[in-house]
Write a protein that binds this ligand. Structure first.
Ligand SMILES: CC(C)(COP(=O)(O)OP(=O)(O)OC[C@H]1O[C@@H](n2cnc3c(N)ncnc32)[C@H](O)[C@@H]1OP(=O)(O)O)[C@@H](O)C(=O)NCCC(=O)NCCS
Length: 219
C-alpha cells in the first residue's frame, strides 16, 4: 500500500520558508522525502530545494494512502478558495508547527495552521482555520482570532484582542491590548500596515498605517 503524500501549496517565498519546517517534522515521523512536494501552477516539472513541483491534478493522481496539504499562500482569499478546492478533492488540511514555536495553556487552533519558527501563542487563545503566523510573531493571552488570518513576521498582538476573519497584520505591527469583555477589534478583512502601532479598533475592510495607526488615504 502507498504511503501518505504531503504537499505545500505555493512555492513562492512563504512556501519555501515553511517547507523545511514541515520536512523536519515529517522526517521525525519516518516520512520519505519523495512523498513531500510543492503544489504550484508555475515551475511545474522541476525541483525546488530538492522537492518536486506538481500541479494539484498531478498531486491527486499520485498513488497515496492519504493526501495532506498546507496552504502557504498569504493572500487569505486565495487561501480560502484553495482550502475548499482541497476539501472537495478529499485532501486533508495539514498544520505545520515549528519545533521551537511556543504554545502555552488553553490554546485551541483550527486545522491548517502554520506556525513558523520563533512564534509564540501564550495562554487561553482561540484561533480559527487556515491561520498563518510568520517568524517571530506572537499572540498573547485571551485573544480570539478568526479564520484565514495572516500575521506577517514579528507581529506583536497583545492580550484581549479580537482579530476577525481574513484580517492581515503586516510586519512588525504592534497591537495594543484590549480588556476582558472589551477587546480591541481588528475587523474582518482589515489590513494593518507594516510597522503600525494600533491603539484602537480597526473597522472591517480598512487599511491602517503609522504610529498611532490611522486609515491609509492614498494620494
Ligand atoms: C499598508 C500596505 C498594505 C499598503 O499597501 P499599498 O496599498 O500597496 O500602498 P502603497 O505602497 O501604494 O502606498 C500608499 C502610500 O502609503 C504609504 N505606506 C505604505 N505602507 C505604509 C506603512 N506600512 N506605513 C506607513 N506608510 C505606508 C506609502 O509610502 C504611500 O505613501 P504616498 O502616497 O505618500 O507615496 C503595505 O504597504 C504594507 O504595509 N503591507 C505589509 C507588508 C508586509 O508586512 N509584508 C510581509 C511579507 S512576509
Amino acid at each position: 500500500m502507498e504511503s501518505a503524500l504531503y504537499g505545500v501549496y505555493g512555492a513562492a517565498g512563504f512556501g519555501r520558508e515553511i517547507m523545511p519546517v514541515l520536512r523536519t517534522g515529517l522526517y521525525m515521523k519516518g516520512a520519505d522525502a519523495g512523498r513531500i512536494v510543492f503544489i504550484d501552477d508555475g515551475d511545474v516539472g522541476r525541483e525546488i530545494n530538492t522537492h518536486r513541483v506538481v500541479k494539484l491534478g498531478e498531486f491527486c493522481d499520485m498513488a497515496a494512502s492519504s493526501r495532506h496539504v498546507a496552504i502557504a499562500i498569504s493572500d487569505s482569499r486565495i487561501r480560502e478558495k484553495l482550502w475548499h478546492t482541497c476539501r472537495v478533492r478529499s485532501i486533508q488540511p495539514l498544520s505545520i508547527r515549528a519545533e521551537n514555536a511556543v504554545v502555552m495553556d488553553g490554546v485551541v487552533i483550527g486545522p491548517g495552521a502554520i506556525l513558523a519558527p520563533f512564534t509564540t501563542l501564550t495562554s487561553n487563545i482561540r484561533i480559527g482555520q487556515g491561520f498563518h503566523a510568520n517568524i517571530y510573531s506572537y499572540v498573547a493571552h485571551d485573544c480570539v482570532v478568526g479564520d484565514f488570518v495572516t500575521l506577517a513576521p514579528k507581529v506583536c498582538c497583545n492580550g484581549n484582542v479580537l482579530i476577525e476573519d481574513h484580517a492581515y497584520i503586516g510586519t512588525g505591527a504592534i497591537i495594543k491590548q484590549g480588556s476582558p469583555g472589551n477587546p480591541l477589534v481588528i475587523g474582518r478583512g482589515a489590513v494593518v500596515g507594516m510597522g503600525a502601532v494600533v491603539t484602537r479598533s480597526v473597522p472591517p475592510g480598512v487599511t491602517v498605517v503609522g504610529n498611532p495607526a490611522r486609515p491609509l488615504h492614498k494620494t
